[in-house]
Design a protein around this ligand. Structure first.
Ligand code: UDX
Length: 456
């Protein structure tokens, strides 16, 4: 069998780069070479957070980090997905094709397969044009892919109009085996403005259409978590949970430098005592809610580890001041944590999370009870899965002004930590999830099948 060279192409965002890096590491462990293509904007962050290493050589094979520009200027607002998508679509295909050609001519490397993120589906046309394999990787929940693939049905059922905008105020179900989805899950309608919403909607429709060019659909999930979604999309192959190794010193793929001091701080804390609070890479707070969260954590009178991103650019302007009354004596605040290492630490008691898909998978795989605070995209539905279906977490209730009060934060922390049922369910689910990746486990077998196909 040959050593295949696989080109991996994530959407330029932390929650997409992370699982695709772990996926790449699995392929490398199984004798594949990886060309990992980020946009220049993301590549520079990844490389600088790793102390300027350009790749990761495992001895047998390699993940080579390379980049191409997204076509936007250095100060452009990359949170405007409509604009970012349009620019990538106009600029990146020709550059990706040139990259593949240069690899062949200058380095003697022949790419045999492109594994692209769902939202980078334009790459499948390149794969088809140059006669190589195309594979779709979905980094978020399988349920979100099911939603994306259901657009015509949602229009027929009067859930959305022909521009993708919600027309009902209620919840809906994709199939009888699906839990109800909140109308807020129509994520393309939730972007910065109506122009961007329309561009995002059109982008999703285009990506779904392009999926017919792919031979495999892979997803960082398991049927234990989302049975409805996997029966809805039989082509979708679960290969999760894709988890970083906790022994890696510097994690490949981080866009910010990890503050490792929180691990030695956790070492000093009692077993199952610490509230871990992290909202992923894009969630923004308004000042009032931020203050209430700070005072709520203090009110719990328990140790807490809180990730407060402090990025200097518009990418996530989260530089809010802590309230004057906040003393922070029993807590530790970091700008970016080694999240997988933190969640696997015995001192962690619960996870206050925005329910981003990677955080959901990482929390579940470590058996940590959740307190769910969703923000956008699939996070509302992930909250439904965690609280109502899997019963491993609780949600927060906002008051009449839409604020989650400090009292509510303390009450829910106390409640989740005293709930034996939640803890034992979380523990049982953790074992089931991890079994997927053991020899003979479902995800491990799926990956083996896929790698065998790559090598044929
Ligand atoms: C986004 C969406 O929020 C999510 O719903 C979608 O499924 C994927 O893209 P993000 O908001 O960043 O991602 O959240 P999440 O999916 O949880 O990904 C964040 C990643 O950053 C996780 O892998 C987490 O381990 C990592 N992280 C987060 C850290 O390593 N350190 C931190 O301090 C915080």
């Amino acid at each position: 069998m040959s050593v295949p060279t696989v080109l991996v192409l994530p959407l330029p965002a932390q929650g997409h780069v992370n699982p695709m890096i772990v996926f790449s590491q699995r392929l490398v462990q199984n004798g594949c070479n990886i060309i990992f293509v980020n946009t220049e904007f993301i590549h520079n962050k990844v490389v600088s957070s790793m102390g300027n290493q350009q790749g990761c050589d495992t001895g047998r094979s390699l993940i080579k980090l390379v980049s191409i520009p997204d076509g936007l200027g250095p100060d452009a607002d990359r949170n405007n997905f409509g604009v970012l998508f349009g620019s990538m679509l106009n600029n990146m295909p020709a550059m990706l094709e040139k990259l593949i050609e240069d690899l062949r001519l200058k380095d003697g490397v022949t790419v045999s397969c492109i594994v692209a993120d769902f939202l980078m589906a334009w790459a499948f046309e390149i794969a088809r044009n140059i006669g190589i394999k195309g594979v779709m990787f979905f980094p978020a929940s399988a349920s979100l892919l099911a939603l994306n693939c259901s657009i015509p049905r949602l229009i027929d059922d009067g859930i959305i109009d022909s521009n993708g905008l919600p027309i009902t105020q209620k919840t809906f179900q994709l199939s009888p085996s699906f839990p109800p989805m909140d109308i807020q899950s129509i994520w393309w309608a939730k972007t910065v403005d109506s122009k961007s919403a329309n561009e995002t909607y059109k982008a999703v429709v285009l990506c779904v259409q392009t999926l017919e060019l792919t031979e495999w659909w892979l997803c960082n999930s398991t049927p234990e978590i989302e049975p409805g979604a996997f029966s809805f999309l039989p082509k979708l192959l679960p290969i999760g949970p894709l988890l970083r190794g906790v022994t890696e010193e510097k994690c490949l793929g981080q866009l910010r430098e990890e503050d490792l001091s929180c691990i030695s701080w956790l070492d000093q804390q009692p077993h199952a005592s610490v509230i871990f609070v992290a909202f992923g890479s894009t969630t923004l707070f308004d000042e009032k809610q931020f203050k209430e969260l700070a005072l709520g954590l203090e009110l719990t009178n328990r140790p807490f580890l809180w990730v407060v991103r402090q990025d200097s650019n518009s990418d996530s302007n989260n530089n809010l001041p802590l309230p004057n009354e906040f003393k922070g004596n029993q807590g530790k605040i970091v700008k970016w944590a080694p999240q997988q290492k933190v969640l696997s630490h015995p001192a962690i008691a619960c996870f206050v999370s925005h329910c981003g898909w990677n955080s959901t998978i990482e929390g579940l795989s470590n058996g940590v009870p959740f307190l769910c605070w969703p923000y956008f995209i699939d996070q509302f539905f992930s909250k439904t899965l965690l609280c109502d279906v899997l019963k491993v977490g609780l949600g927060f209730d906002a008051d009449e002004n839409g604020l989650i009060s400090r009292g509510e934060i303390k009450a829910k922390v106390d409640k989740v930590l005293s709930d034996e049922n939640i803890r034992s369910k979380a523990h049982v689910l953790k074992e089931k999830l991890l079994n997927n990746m053991k020899v003979g486990g479902r995800s491990s077998e799926n990956l083996n099948k896929f790698i065998k196909w790559l090598k044929e």
